[in-house]
Design a binder for this molecule. Structure first.
Ligand SMILES: Cc1cc2nc3c(=O)[nH]c(=O)nc-3n(C[C@H](O)[C@H](O)[C@H](O)COP(=O)(O)O)c2cc1C
Length: 191
């Protein structure tokens, strides 16, 4: 089965470490016949700053954000793909704000029925992938945790490629073996 993979690149750097890792990941995924699409989240134009907790998504049957801006079709697409990749530089032990703006809007992809204590989501059984890089060798596990537990909460499978000591933007290329490792990871996620 051809896997559909949606990749959110949350870095503001066009040719930065995240973009390089994403390119290698795609190389691997395409080698396995996957269909890939990349969204540079820093280019999305928003009507509001992040999720505004309007909760209008919770009174709609549709698993989409009601705010009609650039993030809306990206969120809607998450319902249809097999794998969602979140790629981000480590910014102060967390994801970039550019990625987080989209992530919080994923509230609309869940429906909660608090009276019956139930939650439904189309994300169930899909795979969430984190690709994260950092200048140093600390903080990546802190970055990983919210992604990992969110995936578990949503009933998604989870995998990550964490790249410490990636240096400044572009320097990830200098890590011995990282290209092959990332391509292999892309192949695995598409398999
Ligand atoms: C605002 C900001 C915060 C950062 N915080 C950290 C950090 O806490 N720990 C770390 O190791 N690197 C940190 N870095 C470095 C980046 O995570 C690292 O260079 C990353 O690989 C850059 O990816 P990019 O080229 O795709 O932007 C930070 C960089 C910026 C610009």
């Amino acid at each position: 089965m051809t896997k559909k993979i949606l990749i959110l690149n949350g870095s503001p750097k066009k040719n930065g470490n995240t973009a390089i890792l994403v390119d290698w990941f795609i190389q691997g995924a395409k080698a396995k016949g996957a269909k890939t699409e990349v969204v540079r989240t820093d280019f999305l134009k928003y009507k509001v700053n992040g999720c505004i907790s309007c909760r209008r998504c919770q009174v709609s049957d549709i698993y989409e954000c009601v705010i009609k801006d650039d993030a809306q079709p990206v969120l809607a697409k998450m319902n249809d793909v097999d794998v969602i990749v979140m790629a981000t530089p480590l910014y102060f032990y967390g994801a970039s704000a550019q990625l987080k703006l989209v992530m919080d809007r994923m509230f609309s992809l869940f429906k909660w029925d608090n009276d019956n204590d139930t939650m439904t989501t189309n994300l169930k059984n899909k795979t969430l992938v984190l690709i994260g890089s950092a200048y140093e060798d600390i903080g990546l596990k802190d970055l990983e945790n919210p992604f990992k537990i969110t995936a578990k909460y949503a009933g998604m499978k989870f995998a990550s490629l964490l790249v410490p000591n990636a240096g400044e933007s572009g320097e990830v290329k200098d890590i011995p073996g990282i290209k092959a490792k990332t391509i292999a990871f892309g192949k695995k996620m598409a398999g």
